[in-house]
Design a protein around this ligand. Structure first.
Ligand SMILES: O=C(O)c1cccc(C(=O)CC[C@H]2O[C@@H](n3cnc4c(=O)[nH]cnc43)[C@H](O)[C@@H]2O)c1
Length: 217
């Protein structure tokens, strides 16, 4: 007999701390790969390399959706701290080569795409009501006015994270729909950690995620 088609979502987050409230709420055992009936959860570690490694181990066509969640920085001060956004397009902004004063991205170099679009649309109000934004994914968190100014000359983006484009890339390789929802913990500006609202951003992210999971079950 053929296996029935599974409709499972893989939730991907960089750190356990970002999802601790959701783990507590659903009484999930703490771990880096937790399997449930409709949702599995993977904690990848921070950054693109850790994300690629973890997804290389666990991403499969058993999943009908990958939901990347976490916190992010915003370049746009019109986006309130601790509010949630749907990152529709994400770009590897550092991947490429310098050419004197210019920067050549992967596409310029002929090595393939550097921007990825989620393409996932939903009728669920919880998703539809989130502002759709564009982001970049970085190895180095911006914290210098000059480099931020230079970056914004090249990229019309609102957010930055350290994993998003890696998740989009892996999902595109596997042809799996992907959604990236992040809560804004800080503005990307001259480094000022005191102004970050990590706690409230995580609280709001978990509130959203718990509602989403409850709605889907
Ligand atoms: O202490 C720091 O400088 C610092 C910088 C970035 C992130 C952290 C974290 O503790 C959280 C890691 C997590 O956060 C995402 N994130 C949040 N804000 C930003 C940002 O402005 N630029 C890039 N990434 C950000 C990121 O995806 C990490 O997974 C501490």
């Amino acid at each position: 007999m053929e296996e029935p088609m599974r409709e499972k979502t893989l939730i991907v987050a960089a750190t356990y701390e970002e999802l601790a409230e959701t783990f507590d709420y659903f009484k999930w055992a703490k771990g880096n790969f937790v399997q449930g009936t409709l949702f599995d959860v993977i904690i990848t570690g921070v950054g693109m390399t850790a994300t690629a490694f973890a997804l290389g181990k666990h991403l499969s066509n058993d999943y009908s959706l990958v939901l990347n969640v976490g916190i992010a920085g915003s370049f746009d001060k019109n986006i309130a701290l601790a509010s949630l956004v749907n990152i529709r397009t994400d770009t590897f902004s550092e991947l490429g080569a310098e050419d004197g004063e210019s920067f050549l991205n992967l596409e310029d170099l002929g090595f393939g795409k550097c921007s990825f679009t989620s393409g996932f649309t939903s009728n669920i109000e919880l998703i539809k009501k989130l502002p759709a934004v564009s982001g970049i994914t970085v190895n180095t968190v911006h914290g210098n006015i000059r480099t931020i100014h230079n970056l914004l000359q090249k990229h019309a983006v609102q957010t930055e994270s350290m994993e998003g484009a890696a998740v989009f890339y892996a999902c595109q390789q596997m042809n799996i729909p992907v959604l990236q929802v992040r809560s804004i913990s800080n503005y990307v500006e001259q480094r000022n950690k005191e102004a970050w609202k990590i706690g409230l951003a995580i609280k709001n992210l978990n509130e959203w995620l718990i509602n989403y999971i409850n709605f889907a079950q």
